[in-house]
Ligand binder design. Structure first.
Ligand SMILES: [Zn+2]
Length: 280
């Protein structure tokens, strides 16, 4: 068990036919509880951070915690930079020790997305780091970027993109939205099936909080190998924090407030991993 690249864990998922959960860490404090959940399930885990969270806590600090736990807790951990739009951020994350990065060129023209993703792949692969690309857009708001309506990924675009860019995973627009947590999405399964039959790369679902759990299995069967969950963890941690801080005294030991927040994230991740591993 070790600190791994995205490519390595997705290969294992492909061979053993499961999906790897990619969970957004919204602060450094919750990371040990997240990794511990994967350890208890005997599954690999992808910890991902936005550029903003990474810089708030320190990229090297995320790397240190993930590496240390991967080595000492006997669990496979990938640390992935989510939705980087600036190549400079990708270079900084790689220098700090992230094992995987996403270059999100989905707001660029198709040509520019290909050109920049190619550059990122070349840079990252030379340094042993995996790359996720995106084709089509995912609706909703993330880190201040709002995409009103997500655009479905067109299979012919995805084929062309993959011919040009040797990414290790591809984020696809199939009906999910970032930030959605009060309702569930209608996924475009005919499109997902078509993409699966035409593409030979692991696919990634973003905005996973908005996906019905009943649909997970069908996604795994259709080549979704990385499934992102961010909002659900954020909402659950924050709700628990409001509850705890609202009822404790100001001189209460901080851990008494924080432990239940981390536990709520831990429990969600365990549950999701059981579904992703087809144990649920
Ligand atoms: Zn996303």
């Amino acid at each position: 068990m070790a600190y791994k690249t995205l490519k390595e864990v997705l290969k294992e998922a492909e061979e053993m036919d499961f999906t790897v959960g990619a969970f957004n860490a919204h602060n450094l404090e919750m990371v040990p509880a997240m990794i511990e959940a994967a350890h208890e399930e005997g599954a690999p885990i992808i910890i991902q951070t936005s550029v903003g969270t990474a810089d708030t806590e320190g990229m090297r600090n995320f790397v240190a915690v993930c590496k240390s736990m991967a080595e000492h807790e006997a669990v496979d951990v990938v640390l992935h930079l989510d939705h980087a739009r600036d190549i400079k951020d990708i270079e900084r994350a790689i220098a700090a020790g992230y094992s995987s990065v996403m270059f999100d060129g989905s707001l660029l023209s198709f040509k520019e997305n290909i050109a920049k993703t190619k550059r990122v792949v070349e840079y990252a692969h030379k340094r042993g780091v995996s790359v996720e690309g995106e084709i089509g857009t995912i609706g909703g708001t993330e880190e201040g970027f709002t995409v009103k309506e997500g655009n479905y990924t067109r299979p012919e675009d995805a084929i062309k993109f993959l011919q040009e860019c040797d990414v290790d995973a591809l984020a696809v627009g199939v009906g999910t939205h970032h930030g959605q947590f009060q309702s569930k999405t209608e996924l475009n399964f005919p499109l997902i099936e078509e993409l699966h039959s035409k593409l030979d790369k692991p696919m990634v679902i973003h905005g996973g909080t908005g996906v019905n759990e009943e649909d997970y299995h069908r996604l795994t069967e259709n080549g979704i190998r990385k499934f992102n969950v961010g909002t659900e963890l954020l909402v659950s941690w924050t709700k628990k924090a409001k509850e705890m801080f609202g009822k404790t005294e100001v001189n209460e030991s901080l851990r008494n407030n924080i432990i239940p927040c981390n536990e709520s994230v831990h429990n969600i991740i365990k549950h999701k991993i059981e579904l992703f591993m087809n144990k649920g």
